[in-house]
Design a protein around this ligand. Structure first.
Ligand SMILES: Cc1ncc(COP(=O)(O)O)c(C=O)c1O
Length: 389
């Protein structure tokens, strides 16, 4: 048989998806596994959003939708960008996609030529670098310093810029670190992008999940940034809609045009009735979001306080998103081995820090978007296992 794709063979499968699957398999064997590996709200999609989709299906909205997004959803996204992000966009700048992952992938496809370099700020979400590679780009890992709370600084970014650099990928609130970029950090990224004529891909998928007064600002709203920023946002996290596969790209017109072409030759569109639900989410009451965030905040506080009592494990500050990115401070073990031990001895499925790049070594990521009972059990099990590592 002839060899298969060398390109696809060269990228790993998503470690979070694989770990989540492993946890599910153990649970199916009847084991009391706590699955904290994925990034999935434990809430069901709010009722009024579900109802909008039921109504759409009942009314026969089951045909091919407009490929780039239904007009009512595009209008709702434009209004949301203006209202919440101070970003002005026309519908032609938007592309509704089946999920945030595809939004990022499509944007990269529109932006990259072979060999273009993309700066990925490590620890970074597991799929950025593989997606760059699949689009024939080269991911350049910028290791953010753990001892400086993974802060971004212009001088460090400049060290990694070359003739071939095309794009900086940022994620705020961050998966996995929980950091929210501050204004000085945004200023630094914007300055480096403008000095070197770079695009910025701003992944804002956790934008509403913020704690202790942290504020999200889209870098696209800063002077001179709209024409070089591609915003990625979606419904999975903010509205507990992971299974609906619904997100969007908001980009400068030329980028949006190519991303739209790419979509017509690949997935065609997101699902028709999911788009109706998306419009209901953006246009409807936002209390559901506030309630979910309030609940994450309680769990975050519980986890942070509980971890303070366990020597050998230390949390990074959690300003947004729903991850605990914990450092294992008293062991020489690699994060992969720590994660493995937690699964074998504690039946806790987690994601090893190394999955987020070299800068994540020594850390393990746990999602706390899960019930309090599971979090209480997690803390008990960690208290038992961490001293033995
Ligand atoms: C940082 C980040 N971006 C994008 C996504 C993709 O979201 P979706 O589930 O909508 O594909 C995720 C999902 O985990 C994420 O954590």
């Amino acid at each position: 048989m002839k060899p298969l794709s060398k390109l696809v063979e060269s990228v790993p499968g998503s470690p979070t998806t694989l770990m989540m699957q492993k946890g599910r398999e153990l649970a199916a064997q009847g084991l009391d596994v706590i699955n904290l590996a994925g990034g999935e709200p434990d809430f069901d999609t709010p009722k009024h959003i579900q109802q909008a989709a039921f109504d759409a299906i009942a009314a026969g909205d089951t045909h091919y939708p407009p490929p780039f997004g239904k007009p009512e959803l595009l209008d709702a996204i434009c209004a949301k960008l203006e209202r919440e992000n101070n970003v002005q966009a026309v519908p032609e700048q938007l592309l509704v996609t089946p999920g945030g992952k595809w939004a990022i992938y499509t944007a990269l496809a529109a932006l990259l030529n072979e060999g273009d370099e993309v700066m990925v700020l490590d620890p970074a979400w597991v799929s950025y670098a593989p997606m760059v590679r699949l689009n024939l780009g080269v991911a350049v890992h910028v290791p953010l310093p753990a001892d400086d709370s993974f802060r971004v600084r212009a001088a460090q970014l400049e060290e990694y810029v070359s003739e071939k650099t095309k794009l900086i990928m940022v994620c705020s609130p961050s998966n996995p670190t929980g950091r929210v970029l501050t204004q000085p950090e945004l200023d630094d990224i914007a300055a480096v992008a403008q000095r070197n004529d770079l695009y910025v891909l701003s992944d804002e998928i956790y934008e509403h999940i913020l704690y202790d007064g942290a504020r999200h600002r889209s870098i696209a709203s800063m002077p001179g940034m709209a024409e070089r920023t591609i915003i990625i946002n979606g419904f999975s996290k903010n509205y507990a809609m992971t299974g609906w596969r619904l997100a969007w790209v908001a980009a400068p017109l030329p980028v949006a045009k190519l991303a739209r072409t790419y979509q017509t030759q690949t997935v065609t569109s997101a699902a028709s009735f999911a788009m109706v639900a998306g419009a209901a989410a953006l246009n409807g009451p936002q209390e559901c979001v506030h309630e979910m965030v309030a609940s994450y905040a309680q769990r975050r506080n519980f986890v942070l306080e509980a971890l303070d009592e366990i020597p050998g494990i230390r949390s990074s500050p959690i300003e947004g998103a729903f991850y605990l990115f914990a450092e294992f401070t008293q062991t020489e073990m690699k994060s992969l081995d720590v994660s493995q031990r937690l699964l074998e001895d504690g039946l806790i499925a987690s994601t090893p820090g190394i999955a987020f790049g070299e800068a994540g070594e020594g850390y393990v990521r746990f999602s706390f978007a899960t019930g309090m009972t599971d979090l209480e059990k997690t803390v008990e099990r960690l208290a038992r296992i961490v001293p033995t590592l």
